[in-house]
Design a protein around this ligand. Structure first.
Ligand SMILES: *[C@@H]1O[C@H](CO)[C@@H](O)[C@H](O)[C@H]1NC(C)=O
Ligand SMILES: *[C@@H]1O[C@H](CO)[C@@H](O)[C@H](O)[C@H]1NC(C)=O
Ligand SMILES: *[C@@H]1O[C@H](CO)[C@@H](O)[C@H](O)[C@H]1NC(C)=O
Ligand SMILES: *[C@@H]1O[C@H](CO)[C@@H](O)[C@H](O)[C@H]1NC(C)=O
Length: 868
């Protein structure tokens, strides 16, 4: 008794029940009526296929009678086809001359019944050789396992269970349908290989698919098994990296309870996620779909996992709920000769094996005489078979070879083993891969030796190259399948795209959108929040997944030109966001222009001032002979009028686009023209004082301040201003700038003063002159004269000061063109102030009261001057 036997005994005893009688006969608990199918050969392959679906029966575990571990209830014609494909591939290989010459393959195939315990039991039976008549068998009769390799099982959970059970014997398992990514873990499952890609790839493809259709809010449901747990966990992780959010992930228990199903359906009903990934086996969705039908829930768009994306069980039963579903399916293959092999069965074959008997009865829905089949499936009411049934003409899932996907995987698995054996057989002595360059002994192969060859096998089958990566996984490629309602109301699986991981991330997923038929006619929507339009950005909602967000308009000066922008971008310095905040437009340029109402009004007022001044000058010229004009030092008056014209003209330099020249001009013209005016007025004031002194006896002051001196004083005073201006312009002259800081939406074209000192010196000098003027005039205001100008000069200076003092706060508190406008108002107001105060009274007398314009009147008005 080898150690393997003991280990096996322990496992069986632990898992099941052991009635060892000392002669190493074991009896396995439960339904021993497990079908098996076998064929002798030099090398025996084990096979595990779910030929039935499992229905869990609640009172199974009451322990009042001996528990039946499996209730293999529904027959699975698809599983049967898979099994037949294995037999077909083996017979094909045995007939080939170029592969495994002189070695024949045999097989032992058992039903795993879609059920973990049955699957494990079947695997153990295969390892031990055939089951005895009475349900007992010799454990490891040959001292080593009866099979060196098992093809199976279909389900991931069942494969995990089988692997854990047979793991100690180093028996490799090659699965054709167990896709759980958990099985890629070589530490835990070192002897596992498969011909179906790992779910890790399928999940990647599904996430890409979800992204493609912009479904960012997706639910996931699955049966509580390794397959769904790992798959959905992977999906959640992958989705997170692709900005797809999971609305819910619900698992329903393997033992059916209506309450749990109702809970899950409730979650699905209430969620706004319309797209749901059903990551389950083919039969597992049935309770949910039944509940959907009961509650009339039709809005769910399903994404099928590859386990049911081409499943025939659901396709016609639930067609109204599932039409439009999409999902990835493993690659389809066309196996020549398989159809003939499948349909070659005759009624006589049904009497050779209970398997075939059951198939026959299921396909033709009849009952054979003395049938070997003990599964009834409610078949009591079936009519007896007529004997005229023919597989060749029967249209049935079993005979349908148009969707060979899993079958194709089975085919590839058999071929992979055959090629590995072939390579092993071709080993050249003393040049082998094992210790001391030895080869494997073909008569006594160790499973691990075979596994060594399996991992490195690489071959072509039906035009496809098959190889395995270091985890024993094949290179992934999937078809994208869409469930479309055909003309006759049945569902057809239509290939609408593919996923091929060898093509690189950009092109690996191809979808032909135009041929997808959605249930609602258009791509369903599944989002938590509608996407944000350009001009807005996403802000996450507190405590909710990232796909749930609000849209906030961008701030002024920022924009977003994409939908679903996470951030608004700042416009460049010369640009500003438009009203919709979806692009930047050049900032508007602002300056006081002639086109402006403000600008043109100011220009008009300025011209008007020039006209008035000219008119006054004309009146003075016409009436130059009259006493009032003559009395008021005529030349200074004319000079003043001339300079006032300059003052009125200087606003014109302020209007229009600022350029270097106009900036130069502005302040100098302003400073000098006002300096000229105030100098004249100062001259006039001095003349008034002098004139009064002159009238005093013995004074010859007038001689000292004659015309020449007056002119000289005017130009002397002004020249100081000119010097200030020259210094200012040469050291740091004013220049035109584009001011973007003050008002963000506009570019303000303005003149920088260059040097503030220069600017305030110019203003200050004018202020100084004006103050001098004011003081002298104020002192002279009481001087007796019939037409004392000093009063008017005082008054004009008061206005002047008032204007410029109010100017300062207004100047500081306005911006852009209004600053300029305020300055112009001050210039115009002060110029008008001077004009009106000094010349209006005289014009009034000249034009309206000519009777007062006499020397006599001028002299005779004041009592003390009459003495002159
Ligand atoms: C198969 O057997 C025949 C006859 O026994 C022998 O001549 C031939 O070399 C063998 N072929 C291989 C590949 O072993
Ligand atoms: C199911 O719902 C659809 C619309 O949602 C409605 O047209 C239909 O009549 C409902 N059927 C039943 C049986 O309630
Ligand atoms: C999509 O399918 C239609 C119909 O079969 C076909 O005409 C079209 O060329 C396909 N588009 C692409 C990009 O393959
Ligand atoms: C959005 O704006 C950026 C930066 O201005 C530009 O590079 C990009 O092309 C724009 N995209 C679209 C779709 O207008």
């Amino acid at each position: 008794m080898g150690y393997l036997n003991i280990i096996l005994m322990i496992i069986i005893c632990n898992n099941l029940m052991c009635t060892a009688d000392g002669s190493l006969k074991c009896r396995i608990l439960g339904n021993t009526n497990t079908y098996s199918l076998s064929e002798r050969g030099d090398f025996i392959l084990g096979g595990l296929f779910p030929l039935h679906f499992f229905k869990s029966v609640p009172d199974l575990l009451s322990f009042e009678v001996m528990p039946k571990l499996s209730t293999c209830s529904e027959f699975s014609p698809r599983g049967f086809r898979w099994m037949q494909t294995m037999i077909f591939a083996i017979s094909e290989i045995n007939n080939r001359q170029d592969l495994l010459q002189n070695i024949t393959l045999g097989y032992t195939i058992m039903d795993s019944c879609d059920h973990i315990a049955t699957s494990t039991k079947s695997a153990l039976i295969q390892l031990n050789g055939q089951e005895g008549e009475d349900g007992s068998f010799s454990c490891f009769a040959a001292g080593r396992p009866a099979v060196n390799m098992i093809i199976g099982d279909a389900g991931s959970s069942r494969s995990v269970a089988v692997l854990r059970t047979i793991g100690p014997f180093h028996i490799p398992l090659v699965s054709y349908f167990a896709s759980c990514s958990c099985l890629s873990d070589k530490k835990e499952f070192p002897y596992f290989m498969r011909t179906i890609p790992s779910d890790a790839f399928q999940i990647k493809a599904i996430v890409k698919l979800v992204k493609h259709f912009k479904w960012t809010w997706v639910g996931a449901v699955g049966l509580d098994t390794d397959y769904a747990r790992f798959g959905i966990q992977l999906f959640i992780e992958e989705a997170k990296q692709s900005d797809v959010c999971i609305a819910y992930a619900e698992f329903f228990p393997t033992t059916y309870t209506r309450e749990r199903i109702l809970e899950i359906v409730d979650v699905m009903k209430k969620s706004s996620a319309n797209v749901v990934l059903g990551f389950t086996g083919e039969g597992d969705l049935v309770p949910i779909l039944d509940e959907f039908r009961l509650q009339n829930i039709t809005h769910i768009q399903w994404i099928a996992s590859e386990a049911w994306s081409t499943g025939t069980l659901l396709r016609n039963e639930y067609r109204e709920l599932l039409t439009g579903s999409v999902g990835f399916a493993i690659r389809r293959g066309q196996i020549p000769g398989l159809k003939r092999f499948l349909t070659r069965l005759r009624q006589s074959d049904a009497y050779t094996s209970p398997f075939i008997a059951e198939l026959w009865e299921e396909v033709f829905e009849c009952k054979l005489n003395n049938s070997l089949n003990t599964h009834t499936h409610g078949a009591q009411s079936r009519k007896p078979c007529s004997g005229l049934e023919s597989m060749e003409t029967k249209v049935h899932i079993y005979t349908d070879d148009t969707q060979l996907r899993v079958s194709y995987n089975v085919y590839k698995a058999v071929y992979a083993i055959a090629h590995a054996l072939h390579n092993m057989n071709s080993c050249i002595k003393n040049n082998g891969p094992f210790e001391n360059n030895s080869c494997a002994e073909m008569k006594n192969i160790h499973p691990w030796q075979l596994y060594h060859y399996m991992r490195n096998v690489r071959f072509l089958t039906l035009g496809e190259e098959v190889s395995f990566d270091k985890n024993g996984d094949p290179i992934p490629s999937y078809d994208l399948i869409n469930w479309q309602m055909g003309q006759d109301g049945s569902i057809e699986f239509v290939k609408v795209g593919y996923y091929d991981a060898t093509l690189g991330t950009e092109t690996e997923l191809f979808i032909n959108d135009s041929i997808i038929l959605w249930r609602g006619g258009q791509v369903p929507k599944s989002v938590c929040s509608e996407s944000c339009n350009p001009g807005t950005r996403r802000t996450p909602r507190k405590g909710q997944p990232t796909c749930c967000f609000d849209c906030i308009p961008c701030a002024d000066g920022e924009f977003s030109n994409q939908t679903d922008a996470v951030e608004c971008l700042k416009c460049s310095l010369e640009r500003w966001s438009n009203e919709a905040k979806d692009q930047c437009i050049p900032k508007s340029i602002e300056f006081l222009s002639y086109q402006d109402l403000l600008g043109s009004t100011l220009a008009f007022i300025s011209i008007f001032g020039v006209c008035i001044t000219t008119a006054v000058a004309a009146v003075f010229t016409i009436f130059r002979k009259t006493p009032i004009v003559r009395a008021n030092n005529m030349e200074l008056s004319f000079l003043l009028l001339l300079f006032l014209v300059l003052c009125f003209l200087c606003p014109l330099a302020f209007i229009g686009e600022p350029t270097t020249i106009s900036c130069f001009m502005r302040h100098t013209l302003f400073g000098i023209s006002f300096a000229l005016c105030i100098s004249c007025i100062l001259g006039k004031t001095v003349v008034v004082v002098m004139a009064f002194r002159a009238t005093l006896p013995g004074s010859n002051v007038m001689k000292w301040f004659g015309l020449a001196q007056q002119r000289a004083s005017v130009f002397l005073c002004t020249s100081i201003q000119i010097v200030i201006c020259i210094v200012w312009l040469t050291t740091s002259p004013p220049y035109a700038i584009q001011n973007t800081k003050y008002q963000s939406a506009k570019i303000i074209l303005e003149c920088s003063v260059g040097s503030n000192v220069g600017f305030w010196c110019v203003l200050g000098y004018i202020g100084f002159l004006a103050s001098m003027c004011f003081i002298i005039a104020f002192l002279a205001r009481k001087l007796p004269d019939n037409f004392n100008e000093a009063k008017f000069i005082t008054f004009s200076m008061l206005i002047f000061f008032a204007v410029w003092i109010t100017f300062i706060p207004a100047y500081v508190s306005t911006s852009g063109k209004y600053t300029v406008a305020v300055e112009l108002f001050a210039i115009l107001a002060s110029a008008f102030g001077l004009l009106v105060c000094i010349f209006a009274p005289k014009c009034y007398i000249i034009l309206l009261k000519p009777e007062k314009n006499t020397k006599k009147y001028m002299m005779g008005r004041n009592s003390h001057t009459t003495t002159k």
